[in-house]
Ligand binder design. Sequence first.
Ligand code: P53
Length: 473
Amino acid sequence: MGFPEGFLWGGATAANQCEGGFDEGGRGLANVDVAPVGPDRAAVVTGERKMFAFDDEHFYPAKGAIDMYHRYREDIALFAEMGFTCYRLSIAWTRIFPNGDELEPNEEGLAYYEDLFRCCREHNIEPLVTITHFDCPMHLIEEYGGWRNRKMIEFYERLCRVLFTRYKGLVRYWLTFNEINMILHAPFMGAGICFEPGEDHDAIKYQAAHHELVASALATKIAHEVDPENKVGCMLASGSVYPRTCSPDDVWAAMEYARENYFFIDVQARGAYPPYALKRLERKGVMPKMERGDEEILAAHTVDFVSFSYYNTRCVSTDPAEQVEGNLFMGARNPYLEETQWGWPIDPKGFRTTINEIYDRYQKPLFVVENGLGAVDEPDENGYVEDDYRIDYLRAHIEQMRLAVEEDGVPLMGYTMWGPIDLVSAGTGEMKKRYGFIYVDRDNLGNGTLARSRKKSFAWYKKVIASNGEDLA
Ligand code: P53
């Protein structure tokens, strides 16, 4: 009963949010490097404000992040101490191809990740690798306009081939694009897209999305060719969409909103643009240009499994008075749910609903690759944090995940919670919004010793893993 034998337990990070070392090892500059902390971040990550280089007025948290670039051995040892059997991380594209359009990769970058993967293996930790997690070389943005340009497919293919070949046998689980639907909500962060005045945003986003979808299918193809043991997944920023009321208008709005996000996974998991998407793109005059052969590629190379992040459900209303802004997703407030310090609803039961909804739709193995609570921590003089709030959040979610497996029979491969070690927030650029079991001494403006220390939740998660999710007390 409970979680199956071999269920993968661990945590997830992204290169730009933890590595730092932005100009070391021959690394080139990436979109995420130039996203500052503070009020201007939103305009930059949404592609409304062009910030292609550093200036003196802003602090750029990704430059140094939590310095995992130099401390990964120590950090992975801490993950191993908690009993992780899986560690989800992402490759920084610009460590492998500093500009993105070179023909030959940067050996120093390849060697870096090789050592990191070997380190995982020494600890019996299965790496799960996101090929692009909000990551695009700046050179490809300046020279080609990011994913709006079809040439990106070729550069991405080259990156994938290099990774699959070099890490054959070391890495078996791959994700092609982190939260691929984020292109709709944060197009600069998601796809290196910056808008010029007067441009049709939707047309550009869906053209870029098409390129990513084709690139994802080609990556799946290459992964299987290089090693039939490779398992490739897509990745959705998930969360069931609730209608604010049972008015048919709200119900329909919720369905449309859900489809906007499911669209990507519908293509990656089922292999074709669904009719509702074709009709909608056509109606809005934003149908992407496709090339001969694209449809065949999408159909032939669907993903092996479906992964997703889950932080909260969404609530939709057709009543203009109900609209509020919560993270990067617009919606209405759900009066039944409490919220985090950053205003994200907390909905453990919605996690079970979401898992079931996704499985009903795709009937493929699922993998929860992000879930967690961003909160302010108050460490004592030893860096110890009594983070019962974090334990409560995770316990409630793992309980619901267990019900989805045990009671509903959903085939779930694993669970990697977000940010096992404190890292830079993607949404806000803050350090203050912490998810970790491991505290990192660093603040929003980069002050601190970077020392690591175990929080109360560290021992708790260790017990959860040791009992394969049975002991959540
Ligand atoms: P943060 C919202 C906004 C930005 C990124 O988010 C997001 C979301 C949640 O749907 O997605 C993921 O750091 C993302 C991670 C990120 C995590 O959510 O804003 O894949 O990179 O750190 C948490 O609290």
